[in-house]
Design a protein around this ligand. Sequence first.
Ligand SMILES: [Zn+2]
Ligand SMILES: [Zn+2]
Length: 167
Amino acid sequence: MSVFKDGVSANSHFLNVLPDGTAAPPVDRIPLYEVYMRMAEELAKRSTCARLQVGTVVTDQVLENVLAIGYNGNARGLPNRCDSAVPGSCGCIHSEMNALVKAPGSVRDKVVFVSASPCVMCAKLIINSGVTHAFYRKAYRDPSGIEVLQQGGIVPVLYDRWVREWR
Ligand SMILES: [Zn+2]
Ligand SMILES: [Zn+2]
């Protein structure tokens, strides 16, 4: 059985996995995964979507460089609100789309942190953007996006274990 530095067994990101039989170290510092998740949550606060505020951070594989950020909202230059109040057709660009459209395509093995699990279309974009892991804080009401991520070989990681610590 592998040992996971942050105590989250779904987190198979290479920096989090220790060899079998290693003693699990204490988690005495905030994991970087948690730091980036909090950044995604802060970004969500800037969303002007009336339905759901979501934030995204995209990093490189070693978690040292933020490649792009995003939150959901209307296109630049358009009115800063939803086009429609009809659920499912508010017209906002999703936070994952807003981040991935700015993330360099030439950088592969990206890591995504999103405050709510992606919808099916965003999951497909994540697959095609060269992402290995997609961390999310909360499962969106429709879990189909998480299933699509798995089908595409991306590791979805529900990341809420440390939400209350280091505040
Ligand atoms: Zn909206
Ligand atoms: Zn989406």
